[in-house]
Design a binder for this molecule. Structure first.
Ligand SMILES: [Zn+2]
Length: 64
């Protein structure tokens, strides 16, 4: 398994990716799906919503 810490998810490598580089720096998150759906958010609350959105998308995605 290869660990690529700063690689954002793509349609080829779907998933959700959250980055928090420093305590005083807002978290950022991105997700990408096989179907082409993507999302990004900045700030802890927004990233939390983004992750929830991604989990919800996995349940509703037409390209499962
Ligand atoms: Zn999808």
């Amino acid at each position: 398994m290869t660990v690529t810490a700063d690689l954002a998810p793509t349609a080829d490598q779907p998933g959700v990716h959250v980055t928090k580089t420093a305590r005083d720096f807002p978290a950022t998150g991105t997700y990408a799906c096989h179907c082409g759906a993507t999302g990004r958010a900045k700030g802890e609350d927004n990233v939390r919503d983004l992750v929830a959105e991604w989990i919800d998308h996995r349940n509703t995605c037409p390209h499962r």
